[in-house]
Design a binder for this molecule. Structure first.
Ligand code: PHE
Length: 454
């Protein structure tokens, strides 16, 4: 493999562009919508600690491995696995890993787009003053009413899918850069503002902080541990090829390690800020932390409805959330689109239409699971819960496990060493130890724990 090889889809203009795009992929609904509600469902502090440990010991080394794999091959995840397995003299079957990633991307985007649709609808609700002076009961009523309407949910889901595909069709490394450059810092500022507002709740603020950061391990179940680990993958966009495909557009001279620390660090801080902003409101409004996927939609509007300048902040907040979701959704579908273009001889446009249509259709299942099909359960889960469990808790960790094994045990040591180009020998040793032993074993033990063997 020569050092001059580039992806046929283009290349990021700089290291900064990659950081923006990968951070855009990582920071999204996972941080602001999902992290608070699964933390609430799993008892708080202990769950947060397991999640942080997973980011550090499993997420970061695997993120480096995934970026490296992509950059070395400069192709979509499926072809990457074929090429690199070939280079290492390994079995052809490794391409199934790429396949699983592409399928996981479709499945995740199908429900991701529905939730992003909720956020888009809330922009309009904020704009028309629906939250003004409202209390917890009114806000919950508003949310329940919205959930009960398949037509409205479908409308917003369609709009979001359309926006996603319109960006993807132009190629992720053109328009995206500019948008994320401005949006990330703005989202950050708004979150800090929300945290400042949460601080005015005094004892409820303390209660929120205590809930998030004081671990009570008796509240953590085996499934909670799995959810925490799965979320480390989900929030960092790992295990399905999104980071791999972004890595394939990464210029040669960029340090993967430093870049990954920055992305993972930002992602974690955003999630924690969201938690700190939300839980004080949850307690002040007398809501259940375990209220489920509606949590942020039932809490933040109360704040926007009652704080000074809340009208404007409400609009800005949901706009940011939609953009954060967009910069993630495009990375969910990009591996599939790149594969269709590279292997099926489709134009980018055709590839977008097909993959967009399939995802949109799949999304209807999630929509109905909040209303007309809410009673339809498989393994005691609605379609949405099933899709979420299957992807975040199973497919991404399995994908990540295989990436770790591939990078640590299958690829030639000199290749990974050369490609990662760590600042010193010790950093490489640490990475190698984590990727060969710690990350795969940790994933494996969590699975054993869930099936009750451990
Ligand atoms: N990381 C994104 C988020 O937190 C979701 C995502 C998962 C994106 C997997 C790409 C791949 O919202």
């Amino acid at each position: 493999m020569t050092d001059t090889k580039k992806s046929i889809h283009g290349e990021w203009s700089s290291r900064f562009a990659f950081i923006l795009a990968a951070t855009g992929s990582a920071v999204g609904l996972g941080n602001i919508w999902k992290f608070p509600y699964i933390t609430g469902e799993n008892g708080g502090g202990a769950f947060v600690i397991v999640y942080l440990l997973c980011v550090l010991l499993i997420g970061i080394p695997i993120m480096m491995a995934e970026t490296m794999l992509g950059r070395r091959s400069r192709q979509n995840p499926i072809n990457t696995m074929v090429t690199l397995a070939d280079e290492a003299g390994a079995d052809k079957n490794w391409h199934y890993l790429g396949w699983m990633g592409v399928i996981a991307g479709f499945l995740i985007l199908s429900y991701y787009s529905v939730i992003a649709g909720w956020a888009s609808a809330y922009v309009l609700k904020a704009l028309t003053g629906s939250f003004f002076g409202a209390d917890a009961i009114t806000i919950k009523g508003l949310f329940d009413h919205f959930m009960a309407s398949p037509v409205q949910l479908t409308f917003w889901h369609s709009l979001f899918m359309l926006a996603t595909m319109l960006i993807v069709v132009r190629g992720v490394n053109t328009g995206l850069e500019k948008a994320v450059r401005f949006l990330m810092p703005s989202l950050f500022v708004l979150l800090i503002l929300m945290v400042a507002y949460a601080m005015t709740f005094d004892e409820y603020y303390d209660q929120g902080i205590k809930f998030l950061f004081t671990p009570d391990f008796s509240k953590l179940t085996a499934n909670g541990v799995l959810t925490a680990m799965g979320h480390a993958f989900f929030t960092l966009s790992l295990g399905m090829g999104a980071i791999m495909i972004y890595g394939s557009y990464l210029p040669k001279d960029v340090s993967i390690a430093k870049t990954v620390y920055l992305i993972a660090g930002t992602d974690t801080v955003v999630a924690l800020l969201a938690g700190i902003a939300i839980f004080p409101i949850v307690f002040a409004a007398g809501l259940e932390p375990a209220s489920g996927p509606g949590l942020i939609f039932q809490t933040l509007p109360i704040a926007f409805g009652n704080m000074t300048g809340g009208w404007l902040f409400g609009i800005l907040f949901f706009v940011m959330l939609v953009f954060a979701a967009l910069s993630s959704s495009i990375s969910l579908i990009e591996p599939a689109v790149a594969w269709l273009v590279e292997n099926k001889d489709m134009s980018r446009q055709q590839a977008c239409i097909w993959s967009g249509l399939i995802t949109w259709l799949l999304g209807l299942g999630t929509i109905f699971s909040f209303n007309v099909w809410s009673g339809f359960k498989v393994f005691d889960r609605t379609i949405f819960q099933l899709l979420d469990y299957l992807t975040a808790n199973l497919m991404l960790p399995i994908g990540g496990f295989c990436i770790a094994v591939f990078a640590g045990w299958i690829m030639k040591r000199q290749h990974t060493e050369h490609e990662l180009d760590m600042p010193d020998a010790l950093s490489y040793q640490v990475w190698r130890f984590l990727i060969c032993y710690v990350s795969p074993t940790a994933v494996f033990f969590v699975f054993l724990h869930v099936v009750g063997v451990l």
